[in-house]
Write a protein of this length. Structure first.
Length: 269
């Protein structure tokens, strides 16, 4: 007989079929009365397994059969976190349509962190659109912006910044610019400075971003240039206005009664 819900076991045939994307096999198991909410010793449900592998058809079958959409595994991750880690926009949309929480109360990485880690800009955009918390804080990774910078996913970084993520958010006083300097990415450094990144911010070791660059390297020269050259007045105004409009300020900027060229400039288009 099928073990009752909550009884801790190793992986079941439902887990195996879900993970492998064997939708026909999964459908037969469901029809024969298999439990879709069975958990393994790590509290992993079949829905976690299917989401992590981006198996959209299996995710659909499990949800329709009553799988718990916000079940937590041993790490506290929900199936939405796993779908974002896989970068499967189809699975993300399915889970959200069944009421998955975009901001589950986690002490670990949020769905947005996971999407930034996998570098799935499509998932990042969708999560931002449905109200993901841009400043969700993970004790290991910091904010989603920290993760996107550390992994050098520039398109995700730009999306977060355009949506109003705090460019100077700190994890142990370490900012996104510290990450950009450490990964030696000039494009990333310039983008963060353009959005108001503080080149003088010091981390818990008292170091500025430039302290993590090799002297005379391209990142060092870039930071040195900005240390010696003040930002233009137009750039300072843009950063100030964006700060004043706050998170998701793009909607407010688009409604301003000013020339379209200025709206484009303020929107970083």
């Amino acid at each position: 007989t099928e073990p009752r819900f909550g009884f801790w076991v190793e992986r079941t045939p439902v887990h195996e079929a879900a993970q492998r994307g064997e939708s026909l096999q999964l459908q037969q198991l469901i029809e024969s009365g298999a439990c879709v909410n069975q958990v393994t010793v790590d509290s992993i449900t079949p829905l976690h397994a299917a989401s992590l592998q981006g198996q959209a058809r299996c995710v659909q079958l499990l949800l329709a059969a009553g799988a718990q959409v916000d079940a937590r595994n041993i790490d506290g991750s929900t199936p939405l976190c796993d779908a974002c880690a896989s970068g499967s926009i189809e699975c993300v949309k399915l889970l959200l349509s069944y009421g998955a929480k975009v901001n589950p109360p986690l002490y670990t990485a949020s769905p947005l962190h996971e999407a930034c880690m996998s570098g799935s800009s499509e998932c990042v955009r969708l999560l931002i659109d449905v109200g993901a918390n841009l400043e969700a804080h993970d004790c290991h990774f910091g904010t989603p912006l920290h993760v996107a910078c550390a992994r050098e996913h520039l398109d995700c970084v730009k999306m977060l910044l355009k949506a109003g993520a705090n460019v100077n958010a700190a994890k142990l006083h370490e900012t996104a610019l510290h990450h950009a300097a450490k990964v030696k990415n000039v494009d990333l450094i310039e983008m963060l400075i353009e959005f108001g990144g503080n080149i003088y911010a010091r981390d818990n070791r008292g170091k500025k971003p430039s302290d993590y660059t090799w002297s005379s390297s391209a990142p060092a020269k870039c930071l040195e240039y900005y240390e010696k050259t003040p930002l233009t007045l137009s750039q300072l105004c843009r950063v100030s206005l964006r700060k004043a409009t706050g998170v998701r300020g793009l909607e407010k900027i688009a409604k301003l009664n000013i020339p379209p060229r200025l709206i484009d400039y303020l929107s970083y288009n």
